[in-house]
Write a protein that binds this ligand. Structure first.
Ligand code: GLN
Ligand code: ZN
Length: 761
């Protein structure tokens, strides 16, 4: 029995990678310095893994920006618009971030994680131009004398996640389509099978003993045809490679079409045994090939919880009933980059109990070593008291409440139509009411003052006075712009999840628990470790203050339960839906307090609603059902007269529109200007008869939208949606924008609303 790991964080213990790369972008350091410093970060990772006693050390798992972009550029997959940039490194970064005259490649979520990759655009002269795995293997061997196993995203997954230029049906226009939907899918798989074969031959010639091809796409619901193509791709890929051990690694879910894909012509297959027990069930049912190695993912790469060593050891023992121990390699069950680097900086910051419950990437290395030595040397496992600690975080009252709601319907008693009428009678809003999504520009001054307050450089009273000034200002501006439904601007919030997490019981925040989200951007997800409750009101003070300044309605502004959950690390000892209900009930207390304080409209944002969608189709409906219910539970006790809004952005709604409707919000505002009306298509087939504000301009760019553009989106909405139900708002919050463009853009927005109002009243 041996150990290996993959996907160890690239960012460095103190986000060194971010600092180095960003200073290269700012031209503060040269290309040579960038190379030297990033090489050092990488070598430190390798040393760390080696010193932790892991047997098989990976290479080529480091990247300056994104590992998918690494593969694309090694095969010359470079869109035409970047070809004139001669320097290959600058071109690499330009593809990720855009340049003066070329828009960046699309970036999208990597499977169901919060990592984002750069989507390859397959076109042009595709060929091997840079054997990155070979370079990485060599440089580590040279610097440290360590033999490594190069890791590359596998050909099937790479092509599967790419897009292809294709002529639109019956048109001369070219369009980007997802590779599996393109007629050229098979052709590209064939091409890349050959190219990977070439890469591997060069590795073999170098003396490399083993490589790992990551194929997480093998856990998706593949069609019969796709499974056949996968097998065919690998048959071609392995030609002439006898003597080189190829390992195919899968993760995030159980292997699809197990009985067929398990027979890929390779030395070993890696399976995830942490996400669920399906892989093990399949081993029991179909067996595991005698001539193959199993890389058994037994410690989590996605959740920060300590591995229960005893029960994991028991599991490994039961694996050996089916597979000889010498054919098993222990590993993590998903890439470790979803975890922070190390728990060490949190000691003394988080409570001792919580520290004893957690395990980040470094701690995973030790867990693997401990498990292996238990089997190979008979070493005893250290005692753990995980359940005792968890029990301390139990809140019986909350548990009981959740149990009570689990089998209960939580809809608002009165149907939308009736509610909406009552609401609009009180609110007295014009046709096409205008509003914004919540945040207004967070200037340098706002951010600095918040930081000063957190660091104790200014008093609470000084800080509150500052926030009140900001609110006064933003209310005045919105009145001058003649916006109908106002917001308080969210100046007191750094982040929409962190703000609530800090005020709720059951959440913890790390000091240094950074995780890569994309490129140099890192986030520090909150950790939900205990039962959730709300000790005190969270937003009532600011919202009621804002409302006291104006006669127009001010929206209460909350982050929804599903979004808070999906953007956090959450506990695994109770069902995910129970955590959602706990958060929903805490938020509901806030909703009730806002209502009591006279707030007539409350917005509960759910931009991450879709992000928790399971990869396997047969699990999606269950998720959507409880997510809808959690949203409803966050406010089901309000009066008919209280209007509930929600907001969602940048997701593909079309496939879940039915569930969005079931959320039964009175008004929803959604992103549309970037998805170019794709959203509107959803309404062609689905009659949406609640109120809706289709985002009329893109807030991600400082560009001021012209009135005609705004008008066009509204007129298109009018084709599918009843005029009485249409609201007018931007795409998303304005926090990253400057004041100047914000005011100009909103002015245009209000003008258009007024113009159409005249026409339609
Ligand atoms: N209310 C939030 C804001 O305006 C919503 C942010 C989001 O959708 N991500 O900033
Ligand atoms: Zn948004």
């Amino acid at each position: 029995m041996k150990t290996t790991v993959y996907g160890y964080p690239k960012i460095g213990p103190n986000r060194e990678l971010k600092k180095v790369v960003e200073s290269y972008w700012k031209k503060e350091i040269s290309k040579e310095e960038l190379w030297e410093k990033t090489q050092e970060i990488n070598l430190n990772r390798v040393k760390k893994i080696k010193e932790s006693g892991i047997d098989i050390i990976p290479s080529n798992d480091f990247s300056l920006y994104d590992f998918v972009l690494d593969v694309a550029t090694m095969f010359n997959v470079i869109p035409e618009r970047f070809k004139k940039i001669e320097d290959s490194l600058d071109r690499y970064f330009a593809m990720a971030r855009g340049s003066d005259d070329a828009i960046a490649c699309e970036m999208t979520k990597w499977f169901d994680t919060n990592y984002h990759y750069i989507v390859p655009e397959l076109a042009g002269d595709i060929k091997l131009v840079k054997n990155r795995p070979l370079e990485s293997y060599r440089s580590i061997k040279q610097a440290l004398g360590i033999e490594t196993k190069p890791v590359i995203v596998g050909p099937f997954t790479f092509v599967y996640l790419s897009k292809v230029y294709q002529r639109q049906e019956g048109s001369i226009l070219m369009q980007m389509v997802k590779a599996p939907e393109s007629e050229k899918f098979e052709q590209f798989l064939d091409l890349f099978a050959n190219l990977y074969n070439q890469v591997l031959k060069e590795l073999k010639a170098e003396g490399v003993k083993a490589v790992q091809l990551d194929e997480p796409a093998f856990v998706l619901d593949l069609s019969e045809k796709e499974v056949n193509l996968a097998l065919k791709t690998y048959e071609k890929l392995v030609e002439g490679l006898d003597g080189l051990d190829i390992f195919v690694q899968t993760y995030y879910e159980s292997l699809s079409a197990y009985d067929r894909l398990i027979n890929l012509p390779v030395k070993g297959i890696g399976l995830d045994f942490v996400s669920n027990n399906e892989n093990f069930e399949n081993i029991k049912k179909y067996g595991f090939p005698k001539d193959k190695i199993l890389v058994a993912g037994v410690v989590s790469g996605r959740d920060p919880w300590k591995t229960d060593l005893q029960s994991t050891a028991n599991f490994i023992k039961s694996l050996t009933d089916y597979i000889p121990a010498e054919n098993i390699i222990l590993s993590n069950a998903a890439p470790l980059f979803h975890l922070p680097v190390s728990l060490a900086p949190e000691v003394g910051h988080l409570s001792e109990d919580l520290i004893n419950l957690l395990s980040f990437a470094d701690e995973r290395l030790l867990e693997l070593k401990t498990l292996k030595e238990h089997f190979t040397e008979g070493k005893e496992l250290p005692a753990q008291n995980l359940q005792d600690i968890r029990d301390k975080y139990k809140n019986e009252e909350v548990r009981k409440l959740v149990d009570n709601y689990k089998n209960k319907e939580v809809s608002r008693p009165t149907p939308f139509k009736e509610r909406y009428k009552k609401q609009m009678d009180i609110l007295k809003l014009p046709l096409f009411p205008t509003t914004t999504i919540g945040s207004f520009p967070q200037t340098q001054e706002v951010r600095k003052t918040r930081a000063d307050y957190k660091a104790g450089r200014i008093t609470e009273e000084q800080y509150k006075e500052f926030i009140r000034k900001q609110i006064q200002n933003v209310i005045k501006i919105q009145e001058e712009l003649d916006i109908d439904v106002l917001v308080h601007g969210e100046f007191e919030r750094t982040d929409m999840v962190e703000f609530f997490g800090e005020k709720l019981e059951g959440f913890a925040f790390t000091k240094n628990g950074w995780v890569q989200s994309y490129g140099t951007r890192c986030v520090r997800p909150p950790i939900i470790y205990g039962d959730v409750s709300r000790p005190n009101p969270m937003t009532v003070e600011e919202i009621t203050y804002a409302q006291s300044l104006t006669n127009r309605p001010v929206k209460g502004m909350l982050t929804g339960p599903v979004t808070i959950l999906n953007w956090s690390f959450y506990r695994k000892d109770i069902p995910k839906e129970d955590i959602a209900y706990q958060i929903a009930l805490a938020l509901r207390e806030e909703v009730e307090d806002l209502e009591k304080a006279g707030i007539k409209i409350i917005q509960i944002d759910e931009p991450a609603f879709r992000e928790g969608l399971p990869l396997k189709k047969n699990k999606q409906q269950h998720y959507l059902n409880w997510a809808v219910k959690a949203f409803k539970l966050s406010h089901n006790t309000v009066k008919d007269e209280t209007q509930i809004h929600t907001h969602m952005c940048y997701s593909e709604f079309n496939e879940i529109i039915e569930y969005i409707y079931k959320m039964d919000a009175d008004v929803i505002s959604i992103e549309a200007s970037r998805s170019k009306g794709e959203i509107l298509q959803a309404f062609e087939n689905f009659k949406y008869d609640h109120a809706i504000g289709i985002g009329v301009y893109d807030i991600h760019s400082p560009r001021v939208p012209r009135e005609e553009e705004i008008e066009e989106i509204l007129r298109r909405s009018l084709r599918y949606i009843d005029k009485e139900l249409i609201w007018v708002n931007p795409d998303c919050g304005l926090k990253t924008r400057g004041w100047d463009e914000t005011i100009k853009s909103l002015k245009n927005m209000v003008n258009v609303a007024k113009k159409l109002r005249k026409e339609y009243t």
